[in-house]
Design a binder for this molecule. Structure first.
Ligand code: TNX
Length: 493
């Protein structure tokens, strides 16, 4: 059987009729001498060095590369492409040389992880089958949202997840940084948020927070792997951690008690309290300053105790503050009930509601990000007996996470308003990084293919066969994962 089992499935792949590339004594990674490319070269050398057990050098392009080299080339910008065009990449593997070409760092990383997925190791020899691949993503936004508020996951844990995301060509890490239970990002102008509200987590577990330095380190680590970070500060609901730190945000002026349960919808800000606007300005301005990417997420979900009129004024205010700080706005689907500026990203999650507001918002220029709870919420249980996870949106086996089409999910939605797909993992029941990866794998690979590969070439039986090979990779990494009975994991090559 062919050892080729790429996920996501590339647009074009030709197997070449020649011997495989073999990583050998003279193999080097070759890049042009530009700082951002050197970093990509070092990542590549490191990846294949670890695989072969032998250090691989990074060399500058110039003279003819030594036989057996991996050459990374950044091509000119794409001017005529659609969404995601700059992530286009090309991989050519021949017996004597590997070439990866892309206009962007992200695209080069896509090429390199493609090589990693193609590589086999036998008795210390790394081989890559001779292929030619031409590929580009279907959607420009391919995300994973992680709730670090209900349970906290530190920088090292997130780096592991970022590695998995890169392996499946995801490009947005959305961090749900604040909720009733905890505030996880230090905000210099409102220091009590983390001083008083970062310790707690669900069930009396330990919390934690990221310093601005941690956040910058995460951002850089992600960027080197073609991933941007979208921070979420959830307002006006899900704010007990803020109300616990700053009593001025409550009508009585008294701070609330810390909260470590898992109910939702009970806490809220008040748009007309004098402290509210300065709070939003301070927090979103600081967060925007820490954000390298274009987007900041304002939350907006599950505000069960506010009149629609106040909610609309609140969303308008938060969005205005974010835009004044130079960022584009993302919010959960509830914001579609309010007037939105064109280009606002609306994140769809609860499939049980009337689709009309989303269709209208899209017609008025909003972009829809698809995170349907019944498909992409990777905190849902795999089956009824699964020990981790919730069930409110159903149970999600691998096939459920795979077999869906983002552009037809909302009836009447113009397909071109869909900006992409994002998986989400909420952590009410997830306490350790093993819990987290068990929920992500294998379903994250399924959602990643939905986000990357067009529907014409997506096929469950084919995906299932490819997925079987990925279990060995997760074992090799030493991460915990779920052996879904839908896949024959014994497949070997
Ligand atoms: C709904 S999704 C929520 C979260 C919960 C999640 C649990 C969304 C925008 N709100 O507060 O953690 O369900 O699955």
């Amino acid at each position: 059987m062919s050892p080729i089992a790429l996920i996501p499935r590339p647009q074009h792949l030709d197997e070449l009729d020649e011997p495989p590339f073999v990583l050998g004594e003279t193999s080097t990674v070759v890049v042009e001498p530009r700082p951002e490319l050197i970093q990509t070269g070092v990542l590549t050398a490191d990846l294949f060095g670890r695989l072969s057990g032998r250090a691989i050098e990074v060399r500058y392009a110039g003279a003819e590369p030594a036989p057996g080299s991996i050459v990374l080339t950044r091509t000119g910008p794409v001017t005529d492409g659609g969404p995601g065009a700059d992530e286009t990449y090309q991989v050519v593997v021949r017996a004597g040389r590997v070439e990866v070409r892309s206009p962007s760092i992200a695209g080069l990383v896509h090429g390199v992880v493609t090589l990693r997925q193609l590589a086999t190791v036998e008795e210390g020899t790394v081989r890559i089958p001779a292929v030619r691949i031409q590929d580009a993503p279907r959607f420009a936004w391919r995300g994973l949202s992680i709730d670090v508020a209900r349970h906290f996951f530190g920088v090292e844990d997130l780096k592991g997840v970022i590695g998995l995301m890169a392996h499946y060509k995801l490009n947005v890490l959305h961090l749900h940084l604040t909720d009733d239970q905890g505030w996880r990002l230090h905000v210099p102008s409102r220091p009590k948020l983390t001083e008083l509200s970062s310790d707690a987590a669900v069930g009396g577990d330990r919390g934690g927070f990221y310093t601005p330095g941690d956040f910058a380190a995460l951002t850089e680590y992600a960027a080197a792997r073609g991933i941007r970070v979208v921070p979420e500060i959830d307002v006006p609901g899900h704010v007990n951690a803020a109300l616990h730190a700053y009593g001025e945000l409550t009508p009585s002026g008294e701070p609330t008690d810390a909260y470590d349960g898992i109910d939702v919808g009970f806490s809220r800000l008040h748009v007309d309290l004098p402290a509210t606007r300065p709070f939003l300005e301070a927090v979103f301005t600081d967060v925007a300053a820490m954000t390298a990417g274009e987007h900041v997420h304002i939350g907006g979900d599950e505000v069960l105790t506010m009149e629609p009129e106040e909610y609309a004024r609140f969303v308008a205010l938060a969005a205005q503050v974010v835009r004044a700080a130079g960022k584009e706005v993302v919010g959960w689907q509830e914001i579609a009930h309010t007037p939105l500026e064109p280009g606002t990203v609306v994140q769809y999650w609860d499939t049980r509601v009337d689709p009309e507001p989303f269709v209208r918002a899209a017609r008025e220029g909003a972009r829809l990000l698809m995170s349907p709870g019944s498909k992409a919420y990777l905190d849902m249980k795999y089956d009824a007996s699964f020990p981790l996870g919730l069930e409110w949106a159903g149970r999600i086996e691998v096939r459920d996470a795979y077999d869906w089409e983002p552009t037809t999910l909302i009836e009447g939605l113009p397909a071109e308003s869909v900006i992409g797909v994002e998986a989400a993992v909420w952590t009410e029941t997830l306490r350790t990084v093993d819990d987290l990866t068990t929920m992500l794998l294998p379903r994250l690979a399924a959602v990643a293919e939905v986000a990357w590969t067009p529907p014409e070439v997506r096929d469950w039986a084919d995906f299932r066969g490819r997925l079987a090979r990925h279990g060995q990779f997760w074992d090799h990494l030493g991460v915990a994962w779920y052996r879904s009975p839908q896949v024959d994991w014994s497949t070997r090559h």
